[in-house]
Design a binder for this molecule. Structure first.
Ligand code: IVH
Length: 680
């Protein structure tokens, strides 16, 4: 090979790189490693450097070759790019189907359902198989010439493969992944630039950069969804939309693998509705499902009204973002003493729910996003997760906003000086006697998954503390029916029920008890892991840091928290944790480990892959969870994978899973799934 004449080798390398590009971006099935790809690219670069006369415009090295422009030229679209009519619910979708059926004189027809990507529409013209021009949709008849920028996107082929007409225009949506969007906004916040409100704006902003190098640095991708027009050889093209998409894929375009074709509208509606929740586990934003009549002949027959085709409709998902005013930032104290800032908002409707409060995570996060009291902020609801503040709308600042928020130096509940452990994002109230912590801890102690004491809810917890009937969680075991009956709204019968429930809780499994203690960072899974490895509460309390970190899934931060809990802090002669455990033991709580019994394995035969960053679990504890229930955990998606859990910034694994039709779930869905499996 190395002996081939230079132009031949250059051609070979270009073709090889294009093919590997196709396998990577379109098929999501790379044949070679990134390092090998880079090696081929390096060889090509070097040859082209030595022989500039052989550099062709569609060489893979030329994607970021162009110099910045002052403005974009205007492109006229020979066939206008249309918009879509919307259906906001099942009835409107069915009404559309009825209209089409009538227009087709009752003839049955198939429909293709495609996710409606929330990005920017572009039209790509290929002449003799080479990318000649790329343009934005603009007003539909005129767009901007952004060829240089689109050329930088590796998921847009510079040359087509196989058979193609001499001229063809392909249309699609350029988008940013959720992770790419978040990273971009974070970077902009750091630089004090206005944040993009949503992935569509960010994709549009990225593609419309005058300097193509900026576009090249943005993680843009495309899904192609139609052919606008073709010249010469058009008769050889497929006659259904479904086959046309398969054809687009063959010649080199990325086509969304989640598209489906159905014959009846009920299945179409079910598909659309399944994505209302399902979209949250996708790596990109979709704002609906586009339903299209499959037959291109029928499409032609149906035509347009105004700017909207009769042959397609967008089923729109309820929105998940809204903009409202941040009235104030409150701080509540969690059971481990963590100070949790939260947003107090002017009420806003998002996806049919009124939002008044939203999470703000921690002080660093607020500062990084430069969120100020008085700002207009973007709030977001995703699935079942607590709504969160995405960031400020800087363009709506008037200057009247207050300065940046900072956490109080003292606990808002007990006044203790706040501490912030090194390397941690959270600040804590260190006072174990803090009433707010006491309340949160009591609620946690009696909750399901912990001591599971039915009948003690939030208001009873508050009343018990307020009346001084309970000072710490162990005092629950000294409560009498008379004391309970003395409380408001507590009859004889309910008091007796509570006493019964308290009695039953004395024999909860050791892992529940350990979890109930509310040790910082120790969730139910870690508790189970500790019991499994160390056997008894005394052994856990006596473990060294080394012994704790030796347990798979337990890192130094976690180990330190456990160790600290069972050891006296400065000024204590004995550890408050040990004292509490002793008190529980004396109160008759059984602290023996469960006898090892054959564990049920409801997830036997399943194989999980975790991808992306999980927020509530560590990768290790998530894997331990599924293993404990009989499933396997693997690092890569293979034919054996049965479930994929997709976290933040998930990469191509999520898309690969989608292609293989492997069910995906978010972290929250995963936790619910595990819960259900456990109680099965
Ligand atoms: S078809 C005449 N398919 O939605 C049909 N559009 O509101 C026009 N979009 O401008 C487009 N995903 O930017 C179609 N699978 C998809 C789409 C899609 C996203 C966007 C596109 C278009 C807008 C129409």
């Amino acid at each position: 090979m190395a002996d081939s004449p230079v132009p031949v080798r250059i051609r070979q390398l270009s073709d090889l790189l294009s093919r590997h590009n196709y396998r990577y971006y379109v098929l999501d099935d790379p044949e070679i490693s990134d390092a090998e790809y880079d090696r081929l690219m390096l060889e090509l670069r070097e040859l082209e450097r030595q022989h500039p006369e052989f550099v062709s415009e569609d060489s893979p090295t030329q994607r970021v070759g162009a110099t910045p422009v002052e403005s974009f030229g205007v492109v006229r679209h020979p066939v206008p790019l249309l918009s879509l009519g919307n259906a906001f619910d099942r009835e409107e979708l069915i009404a559309w189907h009825r209209r089409v059926t009538n227009l087709l004189d009752g003839r049955p027809f198939s429909m293709v359902c495609e996710l409606k990507m929330d990005g920017l529409a572009v039209a790509l013209v290929y002449e003799q198989g080479r990318l000649a021009r790329g343009a934005t949709r603009g007003d539909g008849t005129q767009g901007e010439n952004i060829t240089q920028n689109l050329r930088t996107m590796k998921s847009i082929p510079l040359t087509l493969q196989g058979d193609y007409p001499p001229r063809i225009e392909v249309r699609g949506e350029v988008y940013l992944t959720k992770a790419g969007f978040a990273a971009l906004n974070e970077e902009r916040a750091r630089q004090g630039l206005p944040l993009y409100a949503n992935p569509r704006n960010s994709a549009a902003g990225s593609v419309r950069q005058l300097d193509p190098r900026i576009t090249a640095a943005r993680p843009l991708a495309i899904y192609v969804y139609g052919v606008g027009w073709s010249e010469g050889g058009g008769e050889a093209l497929p006659r259904t939309h479904w086959d046309m998409m398969a054809y687009c894929r063959e010649v080199g375009f990325r086509v969304n693998p989640l598209s489906r074709r159905f014959d009846d509208i009920d299945t179409v509606a079910a598909f659309c509705e399944s994505w209302i929740q399902g979209r949250h586990s996708l790596p990109y934003d979709a704002d609906g499902v586009v339903v299209k009549v499959d037959s291109l002949n029928y499409q032609q027959q149906l035509g347009f009204v105004g700017r909207e085709p009769r042959w397609a409709i967008a089923y729109k998902f309820p929105s998940v973002q809204g903009i409202t005013k941040l009235i104030d930032i409150g701080v509540n104290v969690g059971r481990t003493g963590s100070l949790n800032p939260y947003a107090i908002l002017e009420p806003v409707q998002v996806g049919g729910v009124t939002i008044r409060h939203a999470a703000l995570h921690n002080e660093d996060d607020i500062r990084r996003k430069d969120i100020r009291i008085g700002d207009f902020v973007i709030v977001q609801r995703a699935g079942e997760v607590i709504p969160e503040v995405v960031g400020p709308v800087l363009s709506r600042r008037t200057g009247a906003e207050l300065v940046a928020f900072s956490l109080p130096d003292r606990c808002p509940e007990c006044g203790a000086a706040v501490v912030r452990p090194e390397g941690e994002a959270m600040a804590y109230c260190p006072n174990r006697a803090c009433p707010a912590q006491g309340y949160e801890l009591l609620k946690h102690f009696v909750s399901r998954g912990a001591m599971d004491i039915e009948g003690i809810g939030e208001s009873l917890c508050a009343a018990l503390l307020e009346k001084g009937l309970v000072g710490d969680v162990a005092d629950i075991y000294a409560l009498t029916s008379e004391q309970l009956e003395s409380l408001e709204r507590m009859g004889k019968k309910s008091a007796a029920n509570v006493i019964d429930a308290i009695q039953r809780s004395r024999t909860r499994p050791l892992s529940n008890i350990l979890f109930a203690l509310g040790i910082r960072h120790v969730g139910a899974e870690t508790a189970a892991l500790l019991v499994e490895h160390l056997g008894s509460l005394d052994a856990i309390a006596a473990s060294s840091m080394e012994a704790l970190t030796a347990i798979p899934g337990i890192g130094p931060k976690l180990a330190e928290s456990i160790f600290d809990y069972f050891h006296p802090t400065d000024g204590e002669t004995e550890s408050a944790g040990i004292l509490l455990v002793d008190k529980l033991r004396r109160a008759g709580v059984v602290l023996a480990a469960e006898k090892p019994v054959a564990r049920p394995t409801p997830l036997a035969g399943m194989e999980f892959v975790f991808t992306g960053r999980l927020d509530r679990l560590t990768r290790g504890s998530a894997e331990a969870m599924v293993k404990r229930l009989g499933a396997r955990a693997a690092g890569n998606i293979t034919k054996k994978t049965t479930h994929v859990v997709v976290g933040e910034e998930a990469g191509t694994k999520a898309e690969r899973a989608a292609q293989l039709g492997i069910p995906q779930m978010s972290e929250n869905e995963f936790l619910a799934f595990i819960d259900a499996a456990r109680s099965a």
